[in-house]
Write a protein that binds this ligand. Structure first.
Ligand code: GDP
Ligand code: IMO
Ligand code: MG
Length: 425
């Protein structure tokens, strides 16, 4: 029997998960998204083309790979339909090719979930989370509150009544906000999309994935968001509403913990965050602006400017511990090509102490990062295709990270394209 490998983000999302899942997909029979929803934006580039996926797993461009949207994912049918329409226009039709299935137990994002998200954020004013406003929080609330609608419900004869019942509840809550809305258009689009997604095979993800393992087939679980946005362990309340960690792959697909194999932890050579919340190494200056411009750090889903800063080792160590990371993947090394000196945060000064972990009161008291200066490599690495061509100073940076983090860096990414990827060991 095989095991499920897991690939997930170790920072605050947008580490480059989409690119690497696409690169690894030829090694896998099945790619399975396990949590989150269309708050995710996973970018893939190859043959001069660029795609951004929100709900669909990033294995979709590999001819032989099956793709599963797992039970832990929340699905906006309108967005899923749009994603598939766009793929079809670009000559890719995973549904027609039988390469996409969705879990019956995945919950549905209703148009009113998005309204609730927006009304709530509006009311919070300057304290808002900075949500992508895709209705993620309200949908997971209905899931755990045992009110939600699931993909499998769409085939029931009384689906519309169930929908109406839930929408009435939402309207009642919305009436307590000073928030105007018009549902008519969205509702029509929702039901059109519901009809559309009935054409995608519905499966029980727990049996589907375990069936693959029993047959000795290979499976990769694709995370969304990042560890520091995990609802339990992230910088709460500035988090998303799902478990973005390895444990989330178990509940989000229906696999037992002892079925988890390799855990690939992916991180940028620096760090970014989009939305509100603490970010100890944030650079609110021209260096941060340089990282943003060189790294094109603007959201794949919302277009928002991402906050940028130096790599944060206490945060990475925490993420590695929570996920049981067995291999690291370093992304966007090329973005640091022009720097004479780069920095890595090794500790925090916090409440008069030097610490190397993320403190509970990180929300109320900003830790001061202790930075270590590291020589830059001052070389264009975007065309580096062999280990021997990696500049010595970049190899030194990688060796330093491996020593600090106690996990090997297996892949190095030096540009957004599929081919700009090196296997290190
Ligand atoms: P994801 O959400 O983790 O899949 O990451 P996003 O797609 O939101 O953001 C990563 C961005 O960086 C995308 O625009 C990618 O095309 C781009 N990218 C990925 N790897 C690299 C790299 O090694 N170098 C550069 N310059 N860009 C990269
Ligand atoms: P991928 O998969 C980066 C952030 C939002 C906000 C917080 C809560 O592309 O890495 P939500 O919409 O979940 O209510 O937002 O989480 N966020 C992300 N940041 N990448 C993502 O996904 C994110 N998904 C949510 O900006 O701060
Ligand atoms: Mg993203």
């Amino acid at each position: 029997m095989t095991q499920v490998d897991v690939l997930l983000g170790l920072q605050w999302g947008d580490e480059g998960k989409g690119k690497i899942v696409d690169v690894l997909s030829p090694q896998y029979d099945l790619i399975a998204r396990f949590q989150g929803g269309p708050n995710a934006g996973h970018t893939l580039e190859f043959d001069g083309k660029k795609f951004v996926l929100n709900t669909i797993p990033s294995g979709i461009f590999n001819e032989k790979t099956m793709n599963l949207i797992g039970n832990g994912v929340v699905i906006d049918p309108i967005i899923l339909k749009r994603e598939l329409d766009n793929l079809q226009k670009a000559g890719h039709d995973p549904v027609a090719k039988g390469k996409l299935v969705i879990a019956r137990k995945a919950h549905l994002i209703l148009p009113t979930h998005q309204l609730l998200d927006a009304a709530n954020e509006q009311k919070m004013g300057k304290d808002k989370i900075g949500s992508t406003l895709k209705g993620i929080g309200p949908t997971y609330m209905d899931k755990t509150g045992r009110n939600g609608l699931r993909v499998g419900d769409t085939t029931l004869p009384d689906f519309k009544e169930r929908y109406k019942k839930l929408v009435e509840k939402h309207k009642e809550i919305l009436s307590h906000y000073d928030f105007e809305y018009d549902l008519t258009e969205k509702e029509a689009a929702f039901f059109e999309a519901i009809d559309f997604i009935k054409n995608i095979p519905h499966v029980d993800s727990e049996h589907f994935v375990n069936g693959y393992l029993k047959e000795g087939k290979t499976v990769l679980a694709e995370g969304a968001q990042g560890t520091l946005l995990d609802v339990d362990f992230g910088s709460y309340p500035f988090v998303t509403s799902s478990n973005t960690t390895t444990a989330g792959a178990c509940t989000g697909l229906g696999i037992a913990p002892n079925k988890v194999g390799s855990v690939y932890g992916i991180f940028k050579a620096y760090c970014t965050r989009v939305g509100g919340g603490p970010f100890p190494t944030e650079l609110d200056d021209e260096v941060g602006e340089t990282l943003r411009q060189v790294g094109h750090e603007f959201g794949a889903t919302t277009g928002r400017a991402r906050r940028c800063g130096w790599i944060d080792l206490p945060a990475l160590k925490y993420a590695i511990m929570l996920n049981g990371v067995t291999e690291l993947i370093m992304m966007k090394a090329d973005v640091l090509d022009g720097f004479d000196t780069i920095y890595a945060c090794t500790h925090y000064e916090h409440n008069g102490e030097t610490i190397d972990y993320m403190p509970y009161d990180i929300i109320t008291v900003k830790p001061t990062p202790v930075l270590k200066a590291i020589d830059g490599w001052k070389t264009d690495v975007t065309k580096v295709s062999k280990i021997e061509e990696i500049p010595a100073k970049l190899s030194e940076y990688i060796a330093f990270l491996e020593k600090e983090l106690e996990v090997p860096v297996k892949y190095l990414s030096v540009g957004p394209d599929r081919v700009q990827t090196l296997i290190l060991n």
